[in-house]
Design a protein around this ligand. Structure first.
Ligand code: GCV
Length: 719
């Protein structure tokens, strides 16, 4: 036994410190400031911490500030009980802290709502202080993270005057997590919720998850998959949900559940789930009351109905509004909301692009005030590039919330380095022209365009039990970007990349500038090697890993690649103009006219809206065929560029994270070539034209070979 203990001791002692840099700490690393002058100025500004209040959240604030400042300043920063000396960092609300009350910030506090904060360099009672003030403890916590971020990114803190607040009310992560621990479209291990051990064991990781979200301002988490399992609403599971809610609450994170529409039948013993049936309505009311007894701040329900085989109100010839309103009535007395998804498409033969608009737009104004319609960024499905969803701007009387996908189902999973902030930014800044120029999607979802009383944004989470949380270090940049944009959708992808790099790796200017550039160009690289020029949904069937432009047949035409690429002897692309499905008609006039015009649509969406002859002359002067093959190769070349850049950065990065990224970039390069070779060989069978020599060389194998690849056991697919 003693020998075992000794062996253990030796193992621990000899474990290299690099363990600490395995990605677990995300952007919340607090290494000692390595710039001596800056360190001195920080030390002069902050020398003690005074946090008001006794709540669990206040304790978290004190712990975070202590941990952060002690790490960053390289010395213990003590917590004091009163305002004893210059250089005190005071955090609290006017109610929890007499110092904050004395600072008389009332007027400004009224402008920042419940979750916002003020950070001020000031003098109170003759003492030089930095104040983090808010109207609630959670607001103080958000402010504490902001303050630490300033130091983490090497900004000045001696003359601060910050006022910040969330522009969107419900900022939510959607987990597509199943009760068996698997995660649909998850590439980072298993679900973080260990349903089997809950409620008796709560992994410390749960608090770390909530802490990371709080640092971004995310305030809600939908625990269960939209492809829902009614079992999550049964008493044994509700107790587990309550345990999670208890852990998350002090971090300002509310829990939500998905509601399986047929639950009254499956777990309630009723014969129907008709939303207008009195017994069904009573069942949902009782179920909701039961949930709120356990979780008084339960957020509400997210529902996928009559979509991809999920049950819904249309099974009873009722509308989506009938279904949503029934649930809304049940949660309304408790202050809950219903997020009803607009991701619907059925086998009508109608262009899938048009179906959500066709079904939902006529229902504008028919929903209860506590219903938000959750609309994916584009009309198809989280593609590498999609035009914004035509519902944005088209439902002025129904709060629309935006659904983004953080997990990279269609963008190479966790191993491809694809920074999604430019994609998020592209949709947020898209102009719907619904009320003239400047009617941006961001203004639809922050409520300012139509005066929505509820506002929301959701991101399909990419977290799992992998030590680095997201399946790769760089994939976590997408969690960070989502959260920060949810807080303030006007932030720029460049600034967010800059911030994330400084916090995650180093403030070294050369490193930050180089990697930022790499991140910002990575999404276009993926578009180029997967689906250039507006192609979409060309991934392998089912699991969506790797190329499959030839995918045809099966149960649903609108889940195949040939449905979308429409390759034929004449050309390539989906005619969605008047001569085709006329999906363009769902957009406001200036957008519609631009998308409908072959000359004005632009190359990003060319093949999304037009069937274009192979010989069509592109802006470059090349034919469509030559441009297409050049784009695929450009994508491969971009990844090779990223590999080269990263190789030169070894001195700046710890071994573990450096090696992971280097290996993953090699995987990405291999798969980019796979995408390029397979795609151009397939499209060549229609264009019948030679592949012009380029830096990628001739395809490495035959089309038959690529078409014969049939992978099983791909992560993220349902068991
Ligand atoms: C949760 C796509 C995905 C499905 C997902 C669905 C949805 O079809 O492939 O895995 O299901 O979107 O968003 O509901």
């Amino acid at each position: 036994m003693r020998r075992l203990a000794l062996a253990l001791l030796l193992t621990v002692a000899s474990t290299p410190l690099a363990r600490a840099e395995d990605g677990y700490d995300l952007w919340l690393r607090y290494p000692r400031i390595d710039d001596a002058a800056l360190l001195r100025s920080y030390q002069a500004t902050v020398s003690s911490i005074l946090v008001g209040g006794q709540s669990a959240t206040s304790r978290i604030v004190a712990d975070e500030l202590t941990r952060g400042l002690t790490g960053l300043l390289g010395a213990n920063v003590p917590v004091s009980r009163d305002l004893a000396r210059d250089g005190t960092l005071v955090a609290g609300t006017p109610a929890s802290s007499s110092v904050i009350a004395d600072a008389a910030l009332g007027a400004e506090l009224r402008t920042i709502g419940d979750e916002g904060y003020l950070i001020r360099s000031s003098r109170v009672r003759g003492t030089r202080v930095t104040l983090i003030a808010a109207n609630s403890d959670v607001g103080v916590l958000h402010g504490a993270f902001h303050f630490l971020r300033l130091l983490q990114t090497h900004q000045r803190i001696d003359a601060l005057s910050v006022a910040d607040y969330p522009r969107i009310q419900h900022r939510i992560l959607d987990h597509w997590d199943n009760l068996d621990g698997s995660v649909e479209r998850g590439y980072a291990g298993r679900s973080l919720w260990d349903w089997f051990k809950l409620p008796d064991y709560e992994s410390p990781r749960l608090a770390d998850y909530a802490r990371a979200n709080a640092s971004l301002g995310i305030n809600g988490t939908v625990l269960t998959n939209v492809n829902a399992n009614a079992t999550s609403l049964t008493p044994p599971y509700l107790v587990k949900v309550a345990a999670l809610a208890d852990v998350f609450r002090p971090y300002g994170l509310r829990v939500y559940l998905t509601a399986r529409f047929s639950a009254p039948i499956e777990i309630g013993g009723l014969k129907t789930a008709d939303p207008l049936d009195a017994q069904v309505r009573a069942w949902w009311h009782a179920k909701t009351d039961e949930i709120y007894r356990l979780i008084p701040d339960f957020g509400g329900f997210l529902v996928k109905a009559n979509s991809e085989g999920q049950p819904g109100p249309q099974d009873y010839h009722r509308t989506h509004a009938d279904g949503a309103n029934m649930l809304a009535d049940a949660v309304a007395p408790h202050g809950g909301i219903v997020m009803w998804r607009a991701f619907v498409y059925s086998e009508t033969g109608n262009d899938r692009h048009k179906q959500a608009y066709t079904e939902f737009q006529p229902l504008d104004g028919a929903f209860r005030p506590n219903v938000l319609l959750q609309v994916k960024n584009g009309a198809i499905d989280f593609q590498p590039r999609e035009p914004f969803h035509p519902l944005f701007g088209a439902m002025p009387r129904t709060p629309l919330m935006l659904e983004l996908q953080i997990t990279k189902e269609y963008l190479g999973f966790a191993t491809h380095l694809v920074y999604l902030a430019p994609l998020f930014e592209e949709v947020l800044r898209a102009d719907t022209y619904a009320k003239g120029e400047g009617s941006l999607v961001s203004k639809v979802i922050d409520g300012s365009l139509h005066g929505y009383t509820q506002t929301g944004i959701a991101g399909v989470a990419n977290t799992g039990t992998d030590r680095n949380w997201c399946g790769s270090v760089f994939a976590c940049a997408n969690w960070h970007a989502f959260g920060r944009l949810a807080w303030n959708p006007t932030l720029s992808s460049a600034d967010l990349a800059d911030e994330w790099l400084r916090m995650t790796f180093t403030n070294n200017a050369a490193f930050v500038a180089t990697v930022k550039q790499m991140m910002l160009s990575s999404r276009q690289a993926a578009v180029d090697y997967m689906t250039p020029l507006g192609l979409h949904h060309q991934m392998a069937r089912g699991h969506h890993y790797g190329p499959g432009p030839w995918v045809a047949g099966g149960a649903r035409a609108d889940q195949t690649s040939v449905y979308y690429n429409r390759a034929d002897a004449l050309g390539l692309g989906f005619d969605r103009t008047e001569t085709g499905t006329n999906a363009v008609s769902q957009y406001a006039a200036p957008v519609r006219d631009r998308f409908a015009s072959l000359d004005r649509v632009g190359e990003d969406y060319l093949l999304w809206f037009h069937h274009v002859p192979w010989t069509y002359k592109m802006a470059s002067g090349q034919s469509l065929w030559n441009e297409l093959t050049a784009r695929y190769c450009r994508g491969v070349e971009s990844v090779r560029g990223m590999e080269g850049v990263w190789r030169g950065l070894e001195p700046f990065v710890d071994a573990e994270r450096f090696d992971e990224t280097r290996s993953f970039l090699a995987i990405q390069e291999k798969e980019a070539r796979w995408w390029r070779d397979a795609s151009i060989l397939y499209f060549q069978t229609f264009s019948k034209q030679p592949i012009a020599p380029d830096a990628c060389g001739p395809p490495a194998d035959t089309l038959e070979h690529f078409m014969s690849i049939n992978l099983r056991y791909v992560p993220g697919t349902n068991p």
